[in-house]
Design a protein around this ligand. Structure first.
Ligand code: NAD
Length: 415
C-alpha cells in the first residue's frame, strides 16, 4: 500500500543525489521540473454508440542528451504527477546506460481490460492524434509500459504515419517485427533484469542454484523474468499478478504458471502451491525479491518484514524512500530500477537505430550488445557507489544526473 506519491519519491531521490554530488543549484532546479507536460482529452466512441472522454498525458522531462524516450501506460490510477515521476526516472535511466536519449512518459487514465479491441484501438488512435505535436523519431519516441503492448505500438505507428503520409517506423519502439520491431525487444526488459541479477549474485558471492526468488507481477517484465531466471537455475518460489499470488518453497515452473494463467486467467489455485496475497508475497521467505508490477509496493509499513537479502527493482519506483532507508539499515541490497530495468529502453534504442538505418540485427547481436551495456552499467554504478560511499540508488542517480548535467552545461542555458 503506497504511503507517498511517485513524484515525491522521484524528487527526494534527485535531491539526495544532488546533495551527495554538490550539484549546481541552478541545474538542480532545472532538473526538478519537467521540460514540458501535455494534458489531453481523448473522446472515444464506445461500442454501444456512447462517447467516453478519457484523460491522457505526455511529459518530456529532459532532452539535453537527445530526443526523449519513455513508455505509455494505460492504467486507472495514472495521474500527471505519476507520469512526471516516470519521465524523470527515464532521464536518469537513459543516462545511466549511456544511450543518447532524454526522458519522457505518457499515460491514459483507463482500465484497458474493460475495453473491446475496437474501443482500445479508437482510444489509442485519438490519444496519438492529440499528442502528435509532441512525438516523432527525432523528437520523442514512445514505447510500451504497464497496460500497453506491441499491438498498441502498431496503432500509434500507423496513426502517426497516416498523418505524415508515409511510414515512420522510428516513431515508436516495441513494435511487432512485421513493421520494424527489433528481435529481442519483447523480452528485453526481463533479459536486462536477468543480466543485472546474475551480476549482483556474482558480486555478492551467491550461487545461482541456491537463490530462492519471489517475483511480484506476471506481465511482460515479471513473466519474462520468471522464465529467464528459472532457465539460469534460480528457484522461483513465489509469483503474483494483480489478483494475488502463489507460493511453493520447492519451486514453481514457468510452464505450470503459464498454463494455469491461460486456463484460469490468474495464478491463484495452482496445484501444489499455496495462495498468498500480494502483501504476503512481498514478505515471503526468499533470497531475492523482484518487484515487477507497479510503484510504491515497498514502504515504511512493510520494509521491516521483507525477508529477502537482495531486491532487484524490475518495476519503476517500487520502493519508497523511507523503505530504502530501512533496507539500507538492515543491510538489504537494493538494485535500483534505473539500472535494473534499463534493458527495455536499451533495446528500444537498438530498435530505433535499426529503423533509422532500415537494417535489422539478429537476436544474438541484440542480446549480446544488451548484455555488454547492462554489465558495464552495473560496474559503473558499483564503482560510483564505492568511491562516494553511497547506496546503489544514489550512485545510479548520481551517475545519470551527472551525465545530464554535463550535457546541459556543454550546451548552455538558452537564450
Ligand atoms: P504488464 O501490464 O505487462 O504487467 C503488469 C503485471 O503486474 C501484471 O501481471 C499485473 O497483473 C500486475 N499488477 C498490476 N497491478 C498490480 C498490483 N497492484 N499488485 C500486484 N500486481 C499488479 O506491465 P509490464 O510492462 O510488465 O510493466 C511492469 C513494470 O515494469 C512497470 O512498473 C513498468 O513501468 C516497468 N517497466 C516496464 C518495461 C517494459 O518494457 N514493458 C520497461 C521498464 C520498466
Amino acid at each position: 500500500m503506497k504511503t507517498g506519491s511517485a513524484w515525491a519519491s522521484a524528487l527526494s531521490q534527485l535531491d539526495e543525489a544532488a546533495a551527495a554530488m554538490q550539484l549546481d543549484p541552478g541545474v538542480h532546479e532545472v532538473l526538478r521540473n519537467p521540460r514540458r507536460a501535455l494534458e489531453v482529452s481523448v473522446p472515444t466512441r464506445m461500442d454501444d454508440g456512447t462517447v467516453t472522454v478519457f484523460k491522457g498525458y505526455r511529459v518530456h522531462h529532459n532532452t539535453s542528451r537527445g530526443p526523449s524516450k519513455g513508455g505509455i501506460r494505460y492504467h486507472p490510477a495514472v495521474t500527471l504527477e505519476e507520469v512526471k515521476a516516470l519521465a524523470m526516472w527515464m532521464t536518469w535511466k537513459c543516462a545511466v546506460v549511456g544511450i543518447p536519449f532524454g526522458g519522457a512518459k505518457g499515460g491514459v487514465v483507463v482500465e484497458p481490460r474493460e475495453l473491446s479491441m475496437g474501443e482500445l484501438q479508437r482510444m489509442t488512435r485519438r490519444y496519438t492524434s492529440e499528442i502528435l505535436p509532441f512525438i516523432g523519431p527525432e523528437r520523442d519516441i514512445p514505447a510500451p509500459d504497464l497496460g500497453t503492448n506491441e499491438q498498441v505500438m502498431a496503432w500509434i505507428m500507423d496513426t502517426y504515419s497516416t498523418r505524415e503520409g508515409f511510414s515512420v517506423p522510428g516513431v515508436v519502439t516495441g513494435k511487432p517485427l512485421a513493421i520494424g520491431g527489433s528481435a529481442g525487444r519483447n523480452q528485453a526488459t526481463a533479459r536486462g533484469v536477468m543480466y543485472i541479477t546474475l551480476a549482483t549474485l556474482k558480486h555478492r558471492g551467491r550461487a545461482i542454484e541456491d537463490t530462492r526468488v519471489v517475483v511480484q507481477g506476471y506481465g511482460n517484465v515479471g513473466g519474462g523474468t520468471v522464465e529467464l531466471l528459472h532457465e539460469q537455475g534460480c528457484r522461483i518460489v513465489g509469483v503474483s499478478d494483480v489478483k494475488g499470488g502463489v507460493y511453493n518453497p520447492d519451486g514453481l515452473t514457468p510452464e505450470a504458471l503459464r498454463q494455469h494463467q491461460a486456463d484460469t486467467g490468474g495464478l491463484q489455485g495452482l496445484e501444489g502451491a499455496q495462495d498468498v496475497t500480494n502483501e504476503e508475497l512481498l514478505e515471503l521467505d526468499c533470497d531475492l525479491l523482484i518487484p515487477a508490477a507497479i510503484e510504491g509496493q515497498l514502504t515504511r509499513l512493510n520494509a521491516d518484514r521483507v525477508n529477502a537479502s537482495i531486491i532487484v527493482e524490475a518495476a519503476n519506483g517500487p520502493t519508497e524512500p523511507e523503505a530504502d532507508e530501512i533496507f539500507a539499515q538492515r543491510g538489504i541490497a537494493v538494485v535500483p530500477d534505473i539500472l535494473a530495468n534499463a534493458g527495455g529502453v536499451t533495446v528500444s534504442y537498438f530498435e530505433w537505430v535499426q529503423d533509422i538505418q532500415a537494417y535489422s540485427w539478429s537476436e544474438d547481436e541484440v542480446n549480446d550488445r544488451l548484455r555488454k551495456i547492462m554489465e558495464q552499467s552495473y560496474v559503473d554504478v558499483l564503482a560510483m557507489g564505492e568511491s562516494r560511499g553511497v547506496k546503489m540508488r544514489t550512485a545510479a542517480t548520481m551517475l545519470g544526473v551527472g551525465r545530464v548535467a554535463e550535457a546541459h552545461a556543454t550546451r548552455g542555458l538558452y537564450p
